[in-house]
Design a protein around this ligand. Sequence first.
Ligand code: AMP
Length: 224
Amino acid sequence: MPPAPLHIVLIGPPGAGKSTVGQSLSALIDITVISTGVILRDEIQTGSALGQEIARRIDAGDFVTDDMIGRVLLAQCTQIASQHGILLDGYPRNLAQAAALPQMLARFGRRIDAVILLELPDEQVFERLGGRRMCVTPDETYPVHMSDATAMARCVAQHGVLTVRPDDAPDIIAHRLRVYHNTTAPLIAHYEEQGILCRVDARAEAGAIARTILSMLNQTVTPV
Ligand code: AMP
């Protein structure tokens, strides 16, 4: 019998590597990543009125409304076949979203199995995000750190254009971190009380973090 689909939530400060770890996990097990940041940035690219409103909020380091993000998430969940697990990268980000999530998943016969907290000290957040650039190629857009010569060379080889995310400006990083501590960090106690929180050191390499997470969850790697 195939393993039951797994439902994982990734939380952590900005720059903890949620998206990269999510990609690494999805290469190891049958799990579909829903990255709210990526979906919102895709909407911005369309130039729609909604996209412009989203851009104003994200560029200022603020959250989009719970209603907006709730609708985005619902639309995504509807598209995922029931045999696939779901990894939530970037949702929930506050207690109201955490309260809404179980009912939303229950509509699809799903429930959260584990919440992974990627822990990263504040000074590392500044170091990572301050040096982060987005490599934009015709095929993909991915983050690279200026100190990572191999990643920078790969971007150049792909004729990629390096850009800075507006929300990676130093004052916006500081604001996002404050928002994280005030609004998202309360989720840690919330999920700890439910007994489903696992803490992981986010300073390791993404592939190693993904394997650590799977062993914490007693999951074996499945061909995907
Ligand atoms: P990320 O790529 O996960 O860092 O997300 C980029 C930005 O998208 C965040 O700083 C927020 O402005 C917005 N965002 C992503 N997920 C959510 C969410 N669950 N609730 C509100 N805003 C969100």
